[in-house]
Design a protein around this ligand. Sequence first.
Ligand code: GDP
Length: 443
Amino acid sequence: MAFEGLTSRLQNVFSKLRGKGKVSEEDVNEAMREVRLALLEADVNFKVVKDFIAKVKEKAVGKEVMDSFTPGMVIIDIVNKELTELMGGSQAKLAKSNKPPTVIMMVGLQGAGKTTTAGKLAKMLQKQNSRPLLVAGDIYRPAAIKQLQVLGEQIKVPVFSLGDQTSPVEIARQGLQHAKDNGNDYVIIDTAGRLHIDEELMEELKQIHEVVKPDEVLLVVDAMTGQDAVNVADHFNKQLELTGVVLTKLDGDTRGGAALSVKAVTGCPIKFAAIGEKIDALEPFHPDRMASRILGMGDMLSLIEKAQANIDEQKAKEMERKMRNAEFTFEDFLEQMEQVKKLGPLDQLMDMIPGMGKMKQTQDLKVDEKQMGRIEAIVRSMTTKEKQNPEIINHNRRKRIAAGSGTSLAEVNRLIKQFDEMRRMMKQLSSLMGPGGKNSKMM
Ligand code: GDP
């Protein structure tokens, strides 16, 4: 999953800071040097890094921070807010025309995931009770039309095609008319890509733009290409006035530099993130939630949204309240694990649970399905009282739990310690952010 390296490096920097009662200016400088390196290593654009560090520093060396009881936490909060800003601040929503159909033009280089994303977006809109039409405008890449048709069949969304002998401009024009005639409220036009940016491509896209006057021009870029993706976005944006970017293959991109640089470099917001090949692996992009994930603080809101079918709202709210008040128990932890199991690829979901990112890094607590089983066994070997009051789990109880779960005392100790740390951090953070704060939501 994205940001693995960055998350672990940032967590190391912050755990040093958290341990300190007082933080000196030199401590802040040292921490910022490390954050800078971590960002550069994550392939974030160097100028973006420079500005980012300057902003954080400016806020972090202020008197209030130094005098605070928890300076380390205040600095994490500053970084969290700046990361959120860096990625656009708030969610950039998909446009909706008040004169339907809303026209969405998908553009991008070949192989970025344009066709796949067009299908995913159609599925997402359909789920929201819209009636999208897909238009097969990529006549150059062999099999692109067929691919879209197969996707359309799979999700039961109509696909408009005129084969590969009609010009893309004409296909787009007739596709739009078809949508109007048939009452579709969204038209998603898949356009042709090239291996590299070239004038001919841009010219064609501009012509389509002129004819269909899109409400959205979404550029699809492959996050795994890092700064190249950012350069591509910059170039397209100068020619076409993009309205948004879709980052694909975030599931494979462990560095995450593109996600952190695109908005700052191009001014164009990331609207969606694609995190897998499956048709439902597309998420609206929330800068605040992404920042929270990067800092290893999880993303309970996205998790809850994913789980909406399984979790009732009352329960979700109760869970959030417990988290904030550090009343989160091992029973709740177990319940969350049960929910998570229903939701899909473990690896991606684990990152959404606060504290789990850190556990993943611990060598012998690697979170594959098997290790999850071990953690679960440990928690299940606790008595109800222990689950509800983790603080009573003394040495003897730990030994019993290890024996009962077929794990080692060290593993039990580690799990309890990390659970403890997580609760402490949540409590500090939520008191810091207050109940109404924007960022408190992620808790
Ligand atoms: P296009 O040329 O831009 O239309 O690209 P395609 O839609 O054909 O995608 C190229 C390849 O990338 C295909 O094999 C897709 O399955 C794959 N792909 C697209 N999006 C994602 C994603 O979010 N994650 C992963 N792992 N693969 C993706």
